[in-house]
Design a protein around this ligand. Structure first.
Ligand code: C2E
Ligand code: CA
Ligand code: CA
Length: 563
């Protein structure tokens, strides 16, 4: 096993030093001695030196400082450095011709001194090396290096070590790798904590072995979470699982599988912790329970996840600040010569103050996953009812509205009471509110749904079966399901021209619907041919861009008042 100090010295990038001397000949001479081994910066006075130190504080390894200089001398530089937390740790070798100044300089924080005229080059270099080494070792030792269980680095030490490594290997591409033992808690529960500890130690020895093979650095952060910082191209991650299995082959009785997330070629401009967050994020997407899996961090998925997290966290404020607004898409009756507006569907949009208008296609599925949808839908229904009341009052028109009901809403026992209460409060008749329920919702739990929907209808609401044709209900089922309207899904209606089979299907649906006394709305009608066909098979209501897109309230009002 290579000692980490040694690994550190393997670093083949040159360390950076600063030479401060007012005499050009001295600068040149020292430069000549050191440039082969170091990246050298020069300053000709104290002020300039401090400027460079502040700028390069993170990468400087050593300062060679002349004591006698005009403007600001070496003593003063040392004094300023001592008081600046960024510079106080930086080692300084003082260049002096008076040995008497030695003690004073050491008091002031200098590490050592070099006597002018300069000794042999090797002696100068040796002193410099020793000073740098002492300084780096001291810094490393300051932090608790290793954790007891596995002997791997601790989290803090690991991060600072990785950062340091980056500083000297700017051009080296690196991968952040997160490894986690699948179902580790089960190992603890089934085999006991001691066995769990053994597994962790064995994992530690695997990673140590990996380090010797690849030159990676590693630590254990939580119970069974390991992080590895790996030079790119050193490891075929596809083989990692197999590799671990092999290592565990000799291990008694316990089957160990790992989940692994890899962020390849990390962006070194982001903090080291964030790089590993990404690797862990990838690791957490490994879901396959039966195989050890590796998953890669993907910037696109990451961006999407961030946006989703933002939308979720802002939901409550947005609701309170009325950022959710209703648009209305008119439905037209086409039975007569001249189509006329009969009702509209209320569709929500999120007017986000920063992100702009966000489509429900993005946030509705998100809110459905997180249960926020009920809160939003209750709000939308209430608003829709309030609009209906205000149109009645202002324009004397009772415009019917349909609202969307999410699957989850149907399991809320308050749903009907809530809507009835809002209708009563606003003096709106329930027969003017249509409830759109997805066809596929009927498949979840059809008996219960049939009950709920039956109840809605006895209370006087009209129920529409939304997106008909995308679910799996057979036409025969229509007879059992209590609905008033079916909405032919867009995909059904789109590009109808020249698709005879679909045209036949649609006329069949129309026949059955007529027989069952169910009316049919066709959604997503965009052109006249489709409209004409639908009319010819007896469809009486159309919703689609051909007549109108969803409109904000003022424009919708214009539509129905001008007719
Ligand atoms: P949906 O209920 O099927 O609503 C119809 C969608 O089709 C609307 O998209 C509408 O703008 C679009 N559309 C209408 N006619 C045409 C057309 O001729 N061509 C094309 N290409 N599209 C057309 P929108 O407003 O983006 O809504 C998407 C979905 O979001 C809705 O699909 C519905 O499932 C959901 N949604 C919208 N508002 C609400 C709401 O308040 N609550 C719930 N739970 N879901 C909602
Ligand atoms: Ca709908
Ligand atoms: Ca629909």
């Amino acid at each position: 096993m290579v000692k980490d100090k040694a690994i550190f010295r393997l670093v083949n990038a040159k360390r950076q030093i600063l030479i401060v001397d007012d005499e050009q000949v001295n600068r040149e001479l020292l430069g000549f001695i050191t440039e082969r081994d170091y990246d050298v910066l020069y300053a000709s006075n104290g002020k300039e030196a401090l400027e460079i130190m502040r700028r390069e504080a993170k990468t400087l390894s050593l300062v060679l400082l002349d004591l006698k200089m005009p403007e600001m001398d070496g003593f003063e530089v040392l004094k300023v450095m001592k008081e600046d937390p960024d510079l106080s740790e930086l080692p300084v070798l003082v260049l002096t011709s008076e040995e008497s100044a030695e003690v004073e300089c050491l008091h002031m924080g200098a590490s050592d001194f070099i006597v002018k005229p300069f000794e042999q080059a090797e002696v100068v270099i040796a002193r410099m090396e020793r000073t740098i080494e002492l300084y780096e070792d001291r810094k490393l030792i300051l932090e608790t290096e290793r954790e007891d269980m596995t002997g791997l680095f601790t989290r803090n030490y690991f991060y600072s070590y990785a950062e340091k490594y980056d500083r000297f290997h700017e051009d080296q591409k690196m991968d952040a790798v997160a490894m986690n033992i699948d179902n580790f808690h089960l190992i603890n529960e089934l085999h006991g904590r001691l066995a769990g500890d053994d597994v962790l130690r064995h994992m530690g020895s695997y990673i140590e072995d990996l380090r010797d093979r690849t030159g990676c650095m590693a630590c254990r952060v939580d119970a069974d979470q390991f992080l590895v910082y790996m030079p790119s191209g050193k490891m075929d991650y596809g083989k990692l699982a197999e590799d671990v299995n092999q290592h565990f082959e000799s291990f008694p009785d316990i089957k160990v599988k790992i989940r692994c997330g890899v962020y390849v070629d990390v962006d070194k401009t982001i903090e080291i912790e964030r790089r590993f967050d990404r690797a862990i994020q990838a690791q957490n997407t490994v879901v396959d329970e039966y195989h050890s899996g590796v998953s890669y961090y993907d910037a696109e998925i990451h961006g999407e996840k961030l946006r989703q997290a933002q939308l979720l966290s802002e939901f409550d404020d947005a609701l309170e600040q009325e950022q959710f607004v209703l648009y209305f898409q008119p439905k037209y009756n086409i039975e007569k010569e001249k189509p006329y507006l009969t009702s509209a569907e209320a569709l929500v949009r999120w007017k986000h103050p920063v992100l702009g208008m966000i489509s429900p296609g993005e946030f509705i599925p998100l809110f459905e996953q997180n249960g926020l949808i009920q809160k939003l839908d209750f709000y939308i229904w209430k608003k829709a009812i309030e609009y209906m009341a205000s149109w009645k009052e202002k324009y004397g028109k009772e415009i019917a509205l349909s609202v969307n009901i999410s699957r989850m809403d149907l399991y809320n026992h308050n749903l009907i009471d809530y809507i009835e209460n809002e209708l009563d409060k606003n003096g709106v008749s329930g027969s003017k509110l249509y409830l759109e329920i997805l066809e596929s919702a009927y498949m979840d739990n059809s008996d219960q749904l049939i009950d709920v929907v039956g109840h809605m209808r006895t209370e006087g609401f009209k129920v529409e079966m939304d997106d008909f044709g995308t679910g799996y209900s057979s036409l025969a089922m229509l007879a059992q399901i209590p609905v008033d309207v079916i909405k032919l899904d867009m995909t059904f209606v789109k590009n109808l021209k020249s698709d005879e089979r679909r045209e036949t299907m649609i006329s069949l649906i129309m026949d059955i619907a007529k027989h069952l006394n169910i009316s049919v709305v066709a959604e997503g009608v965009e052109d006249k041919e489709t409209l004409d066909f639908l009319k010819s098979v007896g469809c009486n209501t159309i919703q689609g861009f051909y007549f109108s897109r969803p409109l904000p309230e003022e424009e919708f009002v214009k539509k129905f008042t001008e007719e």
